[in-house]
Design a protein around this ligand. Sequence first.
Ligand code: GTP
Ligand code: ZN
Length: 361
Amino acid sequence: MPFSPDPKEMLSRARADLRMGVPVVLDGASPALLLAAETLTPERLAFAKTLGPVDLALTGRRAATLKARAYDGDVARVALPDDATPDWVRGLADPADDLRKPMKGPFLTRREGDATPHRLAVALAKSARLLPAALVLPLKDARGFAAQHGLTRLETPTVAPLLQSLSPLSEIVAARLPVSVSETGRLHVFRPEDGSEEHYAMEIGKPARNVPVLARLHSACFTGDLMGSLKCDCGPQLRAALAQMGEEGSGVLLYLNQEGRGIGLANKMRAYSLQDQGFDTVEANHRLGFEDDERDFRIGADILKKLGFSSVRLLTNNPAKIAMMEKHGIAVTERVPLQVGKTAQNEGYLATKAAKSGHLL
Ligand SMILES: Nc1nc2c(ncn2[C@@H]2O[C@H](COP(=O)(O)OP(=O)(O)OP(=O)(O)O)[C@@H](O)[C@H]2O)c(=O)[nH]1
Ligand SMILES: [Zn+2]
C-alpha cells in the first residue's frame, strides 16, 4: 500500500506521539503499551492503571542512582505501586529533586518476564529527546488496542534494528554562503530518512577530495555556540575551527545537531541544574539516566563520505571521535588540537572531560 507509513515513518510518528504524551503500542513477542514518563498526564496514568500491572522502565544508570535493582543490566523495571501519582513517576524519572527528597525507595523491580518492551521504551524516549523513562504495560491484542484507541503501532522486530542503525542521510540542498572567514563558503543540508534532526556541512574554499581535508565535527551547543556560555568551550572552538580553515583556504566543518552530546537541549539544561547541585558533567548525565556521550559519530563519517572525502586532518581533542572516524571508513591522518576558550567557569568541565572521557589537553 503506497500510502501506508513504513517502519521508519512509524518510528518518526511514535517519537512525536511520545513527546505529546500520546501512548504508543509495541507489537511483538511481548506486546505492550508505552507512555513517556516526562509527558504523562494524570488522566492517562489513571486509565493505564485500569488495564493491568504497570512498570516504570528506567535505564540502569538511573536505577543505580535510585538504588533500584536493574536485573536486566541496562534497564530496570520498577513495578508501579497502586497509589503512584504522576509526581511519583516524575520523581523517579527526573533527578531534579533527588537531593531534596533522597528517600525515594525501596522499589520493587521485576526480574521475571521479558524486558524487551522496556528496553525499547527507554530507547524511544531517548530518541524523542525526553527523559529516558517510560511506563510499560502488557497488552493482549496490540493490533486491536491500537486500532480501538487510534494509536501508533510499532513492530518490535523492525523498530529495534531501526533504532540501532544509522538512518540514511540525503543531501537536500547546497548553496553558496560567503562567511567572514572565507568568501567561498558553501553550506549543505542533510536530512535523515527517519525524520530525526537535520545536519549541516560547511565547506570553506574548495577542498580537494584527493588529499586529507582540514575537518571539524562540531556538535551543536546552543548555549556555547550562540549564547556565549562560559560553561563550555564550544563557541570558541567553532569559531577557531572556521578561522583556521579560512587561513588555510579550505576545510569542512560539520555542524551536527547532537545538542548536549546527543541528549537534547532540555536534558542538557537538566544536567546543568544538577551541575549546580555539585555533580560534574559525566555524573549529571548518569543521574539523568544517560551514558556520558549519546552521540552517534557514524553520522559525521557518513556525511564526509557523501561529500567525497575519505581522509581528514581532524580538529579535535577527543580521541573517541578519531576512533569512530577510522572505524567508519574515514582515515584520520593527523589530529589538529583545538585548545581555545578556557574560562574560570569551564575549568572543572574541561578537567572532568580529560579525566573521565579521555579528552586530550
Ligand atoms: N550532556 C552535556 N552536554 C554538554 C555539556 N557541556 C557541553 N555539552 C555538549 O557537548 C557537545 C560538545 O562536546 P565536547 O565534549 O565539548 O567536545 P567534543 O566535540 O566531544 O570534542 P572536541 O572535538 O575535542 O571538541 C555539544 O553537543 C554540547 O552541547 C554538559 O555539561 N552536559
Ligand atoms: Zn558547549
